[in-house]
Design a protein. Structure first.
Length: 137
């Protein structure tokens, strides 16, 4: 089996996290995304979790265009080093689209995301992830 390089991208750190690390295990979203990776059976690949920006926004508001632009140049370069890019949430997906980076959009793994209360929706998202990383490019 070929090891793939998969980049998971969120928008920015949550105020709930104790660190600025993307999806750290001290926040629920970090534990959820790691569970999805395990359930998809892709944990043996080279996986990196990152954000568009590392700025905690007031009240977890979406990133501004300037904040996206500031983090975007480094992210655009970094994304070229990966076989697949996965956006975690609408905000990250919009930022990646604005940067011209091809990606799969998954739900954001936040505890506030009510989509995650539907096990069928979560299973479908994980199935989409499995298909996305399995497609030859």
């Amino acid at each position: 089996m070929t090891v793939m390089r998969i980049l998971f991208v969120g928008s920015n750190p949550s105020k709930a996290s104790k660190t600025l690390a993307a999806f750290s295990e001290d926040a629920r979203s970090g534990r959820v995304v790691r569970d999805w990776i395990r359930r998809a059976g892709i944990e043996d690949n080279f996986i990196k979790l990152t954000n568009v920006s590392f700025v905690v926004t007031p009240n977890n508001r979406p990133l501004s265009p300037k904040e996206i632009q500031t983090g975007g140049e480094m992210l655009r370069f970094e994304a070229t080093r990966y076989d697949r890019v996965v956006a975690l949430g609408v905000s990250a997906s919009k930022a990646l689209t604005a940067m011209g980076i091809d990606h799969l959009r998954m739900p954001h793994p936040s505890g506030k995301n009510r989509t995650l209360n539907d096990p069928t929706a979560v299973d479908q998202a994980i199935e989409s992830l499995v298909r996305y990383v399995s497609v030859e490019r």
